[in-house]
Ligand binder design. Structure first.
Ligand code: F6R
Length: 611
């Protein structure tokens, strides 16, 4: 959470930082601020969206060629002008932006208060900037030295970028646990939480690692570890186009990303699935096949939507590979002292690759000797780099806060992995293997067929937009889709929604059913079809409103449901790839109908880099 941007070069810093912050707004959007350095450091910060900073019309916005900016997702202290970043130290010498959490800020603050420091905000960040100032003052250290000492005492996660009075030609940054990318231009450098603010100016980037400190001038980047040893920066070429992070004619990123799915899934399959020759190539798996075929257990670690993708994979991997799978919430896994045995494989699923809970859970598991395989969307992200091996989902940048195309790409990668491992383990026959490959090849086209029904789904959405609660039910492979549908609806429309395995309904949730409750069944043709028909009848008998996601040739459920949303037929194992699409569109259209900001729902942020 929180996005940070900085610039040093010869262009005007203000418009670059402002634009960059808008690109990073998905990471947090309750307040924002920019500090610029021309004759001196001047700061403008405001509660609200980044657009609030557009009113800043001081001369410095025209003259400064150095600056730092921040868009915030509140952790310590409510959204307010005072709590917005940048924060300046008591002697006015240091100004910094921070993404992360300083866990021991309370004790550090106490120390500082005793020494006479005063605070204008409730943030952990203001404590950090003063802590650095204190160390610098007491020891007559350079900023770099003071940061090194301070950061050794700091517990928590951070990326910080600091400007110092008297040094207009230098920024100092450091990272632990939160992401930082440096864009390398001609006589200029760009710093940001991800590459989206940078891509417009340069494709050459450096991903800063944990415990590294960077001293950045217009012409030079000096990278060091906290032990003061110089590190040679590794410059990578970004594989991203500007168009990928723009709305491309759609009203919202969320809608664009839902409609991106035929293309993003094609990208995900490209170079991997050769259905004509029946070859599946997944480099990360191919190089470590025996680790998977000999795995005693697979533990999937993820959060939110990615956790739902993990649940679907549990069904798929167990069915095709006969390896026991456990799916863990990263936040629980990391604190539970889990049992990790040799022969266990951990699969981490993450769109952003920066989710703090997932990242730390993996670090713990890695320390205990587990093999970590990352299924990640953001190339070069922390989780991708921490993993021993992995497979990128290649969904392209996902900007809408609600995850859509990342989910289907995750499912596709995980299905390919299971098919590959199953064949190698001989738990999957060659004929089944070929059938799955042929089915996978058709998925992008079938997703397009579902998208073509968007107008019908919009009508259903308008019909139910006033509902107070929703129930989402599914069985088997479609049970996690029910969870995902409910999550999407609540985050986008603020309508209370719960997902359940359809049969569990009888053990409690059925008490909620009356004529006002819409119950959405994921009821495509599969092994549970008859059972789910009975569940629908149970809801109808209690006057609940039934919306059903059905297979195209379905007549029975169609005759029972109040509304249906249709998807093409597909093998049940791959059904979630199609059945989730109507739930994404439904949530989107309900959110729009309610006049809500679907790309930036309240209280949320795209990349959850705090625990
Ligand atoms: C929901 C959503 C979140 C994320 C979760 C994990 O729409 O986007 O639930 O799925 O925060 O994020 P990643 O996949 O980036 O680790």
């Amino acid at each position: 959470m929180c996005g940070i941007v900085a610039y040093i070069g010869s262009q005007k810093a203000y418009p670059i930082i402002l634009k960059g912050l808008k690109r990073l707004e998905y990471r947090g959007y309750d307040s924002s601020g920019i500090a610029l350095y021309s004759e001196q450091i001047e700061t403008c910060k405001r509660k609200g969206r980044v657009a609030e900073l557009e009113v800043w019309d001081e001369k410095i916005t025209e003259t400064a060629t150095v600056g730092i900016g921040h868009t915030r997702w509140a952790t310590h202290g409510e959204p307010s002008d005072a709590n917005a970043h940048p924060h300046t130290s008591n002697n006015g010498q240091l100004t910094l932006v921070h993404n992360g959490i300083i866990e021991n800020y309370a004790s550090l603050k106490q120390e500082l208060v005793q020494k006479g420091y005063t605070f204008k905000s409730e943030t952990d960040t203001e404590v950090l900037v003063n802590f650095i100032e204190e160390i610098q003052k007491n020891n007559d250290y350079t900023l770099e030295e003071a940061m090194r000492v301070a950061l050794k005492r700091v517990v928590g996660a951070y990326v910080i970028i600091v400007m110092e009075n008297g040094f207009p030609d230098r920024l100092v940054a450091a990272r632990k646990g939160s992401p930082l990318v440096i864009g390398v231009g001609e006589g200029e450098h760009f710093l940001a939480s991800d590459a989206s603010p940078i891509i417009e100016y340069t494709k050459k980037v450096i991903y800063v690692n944990d415990y590294e400190l960077a001293i950045i001038t217009q012409d030079e980047i000096i990278l060091k570890n906290l032990g003061n040893e110089t590190i040679t920066p590794y410059i990578q070429q970004l594989d991203m186009e500007l168009a990928q992070i723009e709305k491309g004619g759609f009203d919202h990123f969320m809608l664009k990303e839902i409609f991106d799915q035929p293309a993003s899934l094609t990208d995900c399959l490209r170079g991997r699935l050769d259905s004509e020759n029946q070859i599946l190539t997944l480099a990360g798996i191919d190089q470590h096949l025996s680790i998977f075929t000999e795995a005693k257990r697979i533990v999937i670690v993820a959060c939110g939507t990615s956790w739902h993708a993990g649940l679907v994979s549990e069904y798929i991997i167990e069915a095709l590979c006969r390896i026991p799978v456990e799916v863990e919430y990263a936040s629980e896994f990391r604190y539970r002292n889990p049992v990790i045995n040799s022969g266990d494989v951990i699969i981490a699923i993450s769109q952003s690759g920066e989710t703090a809970d997932t990242l730390v859970a993996l670090e713990r598991a890695k320390e205990q000797g587990a093999f970590i395989f990352g299924v990640v969307n953001a190339v070069g992200s922390s989780i991708a780099r921490l993993s021993h091996a992995g497979a990128y989902t290649h969904a392209g940048p996902e900007i809408g806060v609600a995850s859509t195309k990342a989910f289907t790409a995750q499912l596709t990668v995980l299905a390919m992995m299971a098919i590959k491992i199953g064949l190698e383990k001989k738990t999957l026959s060659m004929s089944e293997y070929k059938r799955y490959l042929a089915e996978l090849a058709l998925i992008p086209e079938k997703v397009k067929t579902v998208l073509d029904t968007h107008e019908a789904i919009q009508k259903v959405a308008i019909h139910y937009a006033a509902a107070r609660d929703f129930l989402f039910l599914g069985r088997g492979y479609n049970f996690p889709v029910a969870l995902e549908g409910a999550l999407k609806l609540k985050e986008i429309s603020y309508i209370h929604a719960e997902g359940y395995p359809a049969a569990e309904m009888k053990h409690g949730p059925i008490a909620l059913v009356d004529e006002h409750l819409p119950v959405l069944f994921i009821a495509t043709k599969d092994a549970y079809y008859e059972k789910i028909v009975s569940n629908i009848q149970e809801i109808k008998a209690r006057k609940g409103k039934v919306i059903a996601v059905v297979s195209a040739d379905d007549t029975l459920i169609r005759s029972m449901a109040d509304h249906v949303m249709e998807v093409p037929e597909v093998d049940e194992l791959l059904a979630p790839l199609l059945s989730v699409i109507p739930t994404q569109l439904l949530s989107y259209y309900i959110g729009v109908e309610l006049g809500l900001d679907v790309d930036k729902p309240r209280n949320l942020a795209k990349s959850v880099t705090v625990e």
